[in-house]
Design a protein around this ligand. Sequence first.
Ligand SMILES: C[S@@+](CC[C@H](N)C(=O)[O-])C[C@H]1O[C@@H](n2cnc3c(N)ncnc32)[C@H](O)[C@@H]1O
Length: 449
Amino acid sequence: MRYLARLLNLPLKNGHLGPLTREVLRTSYNSSLQVYLPNTRHQHYESKSQENELSKYLKARIRATGPITVAEYMKTVLTHPSAGYYMHRDVFGVEGDFITAPEISQLFGELLGVWCVNEWIQCGKPPKIQVVEFGPGRGTLAYDLLRVFSQFPAMRDAVSLHLVEVSNKMSEMQYQKLVGHTLFQECNNNSFMANAVVKEPESYNHCISKFNIPVNWYHKVEDVPQEFSCFIAHEFFDALPIHKFQKTEQGWCEVFIDIDDNPASINDFKFTLSKSLTPALVCFNIDKNDPREHIEVSLESGAIIERISHRITENGGFALITDYGHQGEKTDTLRGFHKHTVLDNVLSEPGSSDLTADVDFKYLSKMAGDKVNVFGPISQAEFLNNMGIAIRLQVLLQKVQKQQRKDLISGYKMLTEATQMGQRYKFLSFMQKKKESEYKPAGFVNLNI
Ligand SMILES: C[S@@+](CC[C@H](N)C(=O)[O-])C[C@H]1O[C@@H](n2cnc3c(N)ncnc32)[C@H](O)[C@@H]1O
């Protein structure tokens, strides 16, 4: 933690507060177990909505092959190449649908950057380290991480950034944030060819960032080179598809999505139950002692966690997963957001609103397996306090004017207060097993700083 002192030298970045986070908004949605038919309290439409491109596509698919799983629906709605929610627009901030921690305050990204540097040092400073970020959004966290790395010459010389991003639109925004101009401008000023030297074989884009650190983009983690790595995922797993299971008198069924053909209904789609065992039910194999009557599981998240864990075991490294979530006790958390409002009907406006579900950290820990050491989950407040967020705040406050002071303090409160993001957001880490088995990563130990 002595590296915190070095943060004193980091230049100030404007912190700003925007609208509400997805998790804070969650408090207003109805998590009743009974709600499997879309809620008819829909405020936006009085008749069936005008069909958008995704509705047409989903209906055609359901007509052709029958009802689809919630996971198939969610994946299509969020990442369909031509009409998926994340694929064509900036969904963040005041103009978008929600805001995330790195966008709220620079304090967040700086402390995660210090965490990466500290754990790399604890691993004996391997000569190369890949920082692999999943779902980087606008690139704000990546930018703050690189800003911190650039303050530590040994880290700056060892590190490369690898972004796993499914959306070309988002990757363009990340490119602009990290380089300072668009790819088009770069082609025009000839620096594009110079950057070609940093390209990894499987990446779909690459650059040298303004911090002189190479960056590569991939559609999936399998494409990232197999090297010593620090894996970071912030509000990524909540965007991955979930399967929903419902306990009935006949046993467990999977929840599917079908077309709502009822002319009296204002909805295009409705939930329905599987009539027989499904591949996801077989694969997940529900614990017969689980007291819940409704369960959500993201098999895709489990597969990614298994892969990260395998890579850490084989190539060395560590991971930090941060998201809103629970320890396997929650039931019905799937919800949609549009313009900072929770949708009354989660199946309305496919493609034009965000879909998200709470992350099951118990399941992720289980999928990490016992070849790595798993730490947490602990609350965001605990992690950030252990990392010395109050010290960093004090340092920044000495350098700023009145408005920035107000923004920094409100950002700090939003990140750490229990009624805001402090308790609901969790941090989970896993690491290659070390010889000294007592070792705990920074942020997971209270150093009383
Ligand atoms: C909720 S945003 C989080 C953004 C960012 N981490 C933050 O906290 O501001 C989810 C991000 O994951 C990306 N994404 C969604 N599904 C993905 C997938 N299957 N593979 C890779 N990226 C994905 C989205 O395009 C977006 O960048």
